[in-house]
Write a protein that binds this ligand. Structure first.
Ligand code: F6P
Length: 547
């Protein structure tokens, strides 16, 4: 049995090293070493990670990579790629990497190579997506299907919506994509109000095909379609993406329009599978495969690069450094690209559902912090919302900035202004502005002595606030594949260090269970004695209002 990570040699080294590093300002580190940026930069294809604006020195990185080795990260990486059952609580392999295994080398699960099945589904996705895009697969009344509605939630929604939005520039001209996820009827109503049943393809995406939100939304959409076009229309207007053939058949979706995936693909790791069908229809299968190529490039890098030059490993370890030694429990991801605006929402599920755990792989409560709270939004918008706290708040929030050097919409000087802003934010967070500097600036601006004295603290910035800068040439399908695979592996690295199962999600069950018991109470006269007084009171109050 593995020791708890906080008893490891390198953990202890890091703990005492932290006592020194917490007093060091990054300004000094940059001043001392003019090669710092170069030293802490990694390039892969057209991607660059600059992690020099972190509170680290060579010792820090030596200890962090030492910790990774002590946790046998290299062996764990191989276990994942080789299809070992690393999802212990569900006794499953974790093989989203096989979905984008572009070398097509065999990957075995229980002695069976899974690649032929994966390739078969990819081929089926190609022929179906092309038929829809070319208007060969028509609706019931013979019209081209131009409205693609993905009905799913969690991993069956966030990956597709994020990628479809990120790659909007690659959409077929006459295709529109919509996403229905929330059980809130408004989500359905707002989409259905905008589309025409004759030209709509509903894609019901659900790994289990039992998720109440997705099935309720799918039933509502089915009824809407049948009311307009009749029962026979369903075969031409519904497709399903699932691991559960039986439930798909029960729902009445033509098996020819069903795209399968497998238990070895976790929901939040599934956009590379059939769950990506809406992406493939929107951007075309060639572009979808470019996305897989990008993810594969990151997989190869993750599997082969030494830890010192391994992007996901470095990012994962930096997260550990802040979370477990600086005790920073928040983490922000800010893409400076409007098309990437759903990336933070996508990463919230990826990071928090994967690593928001409190029991270790050895059935013990962990005695250290696991996943931080992740939030974010597109720059520059969020500069005008939460950045005040990033610069002057009493808590420090490590940030990732994601930048494309070239925009898909180079209009006037928009992109240069955008870039200037993100670079300025990273520099400002790192450097800060001392009280003395603030006072000098105020005096120079002609403020009176009293004004300078009063304002100088308000106008100062502590700095020393860490950020990573991730630069791409342009956000194309390949780059997006790299970016998402990078974060998947970063999460994996942290899961290994924390010794938790990053691939189950038991924490979402209790709320679901309780909702099922509250539903009949809201709907009828059922009354449960089991509730606390707050919940019971709220049930009563809402029922009264709905009468
Ligand atoms: O939130 C729990 C969860 O199981 C996620 O892991 C998953 O992505 C989502 O629900 C949707 O599940 P399904 O694809 O089975 O409908």
């Amino acid at each position: 049995m593995r020791k708890e990570v906080n008893k490891f040699k390198y953990w202890k080294k890091l703990a005492s090293h932290y006592k020194k590093m917490k007093k060091v300002h990054m300004r000094e580190l940059f001043e001392k070493d003019e090669n710092r940026a170069e030293k802490y930069t990694i390039k892969l294809d057209s991607m660059l990670l600059d992690y020099s604006k972190n509170r680290i020195d060579d010792k820090t990185m030596q200890y962090l990579t030492g910790l990774a080795r002590e946790c046998k990260l290299d062996a764990k990486i191989e276990d994942m790629f080789e299809g070992k059952r690393i999802n212990l609580t569900e006794n499953r392999p974790v093989l989203h990497t096989a979905l984008r295994n572009r070398a097509n080398t065999p990957v075995y699960v229980d002695g069976k190579n899974v690649m032929p099945e994966i390739n078969e589904v990819l081929a089926k996705m190609r022929s179906f997506s092309e038929a829809v895009r070319l208007g060969k697969f028509k609706g019931h009344t013979g019209k081209k299907l131009t409205n693609i509605v993905n009905i799913g939630i969690g991993g069956s929604d966030l990956g597709p919506v994020m990628a479809v939005e990120a790659l909007r520039k690659y959409w077929a001209k006459d295709i529109n994509c919509y996403f229905i996820s929330n059980i809130d009827g408004t989500a359905c109503a707002e989409v259905l109000n905008r589309i025409d049943p004759e030209t709509t393809l509903f894609i019901v995406a659900s790994k289990t095909f039992t998720t109440i939100e997705t099935l309720t939304n799918a039933r509502t959409c089915r009824k809407w379609l049948v009311d307009a076009l009749g029962e026979h229309a369903v075969a031409k207007h519904f497709a399903a993406l699932s691991t559960n053939v039986k439930e798909v058949e029960k729902f009445g979706i033509n098996p020819e329009n069903m795209f399968e995936f497998w238990d070895f693909v976790g929901g939040r790791y599934s956009m590379w599978s059939a769950i990506g069908l809406s992406i493939a229809i929107a951007i075309g299968m060639d572009n979808f495969e470019r996305m897989l190529d990008g993810a594969y490039a990151m997989d190869v890098h993750f599997r082969t690069a030494d830890f010192e030059h391994n992007i996901p490993v470095i990012l994962g370890l930096l997260g550990i450094w802040y979370n477990n030694f600086f005790n920073l429990r928040n983490y922000a991801v800010v893409p400076y690209d409007e098309y990437l605006k759903y990336v933070p929402a996508y990463l919230q599920q990826l990071e928090m559902e994967s690593n928001g755990k409190f029991v270790s792989n050895h059935d013990e409560y962990v005695k250290y912090a696991t996943a931080p709270v992740l939030f974010g939004g597109a720059g520059t918008n969020v500069q005008h919302s939460f950045f005040q706290l990033l610069h002057q708040g009493t808590t420090v929030v490590p940030c990732d900035f994601i930048i494309p050097a070239i925009s898909h919409n180079e209009i006037g000087e928009h992109h240069e202004i955008l870039m200037a802003n993100v670079l300025a934010q990273g520099e400002a967070l790192m450097r800060g502005k001392t009280v003395k500097e603030a006072a000098e600036e105020l005096a120079k601006a002609g403020k009176s002595k009293e004004e300078v004295k009063f304002l100088k603290k308000y106008k100062s910035f502590p700095g020393n606030r860490p950020s990573n800068t991730i630069v791409f040439k342009k956000i194309d399908p390949y780059a997006l594949g790299m970016l998402i695979a990078m974060y998947e592996h970063k999460v994996f690295v942290q899961g290994v260090i924390w010794d938790i199962d990053s691939f189950d999600q038991m924490g979402v069950e209790l709320g679901k269970q309780m909702a099922l018991s509250i539903l009949p109470e809201l709907q009828g006269n059922a009354y449960s004695m089991g509730h606390d007084s707050s919940t019971a009171g709220l049930i009563k109050h809402i029922k009264r209002l709905r009468k």
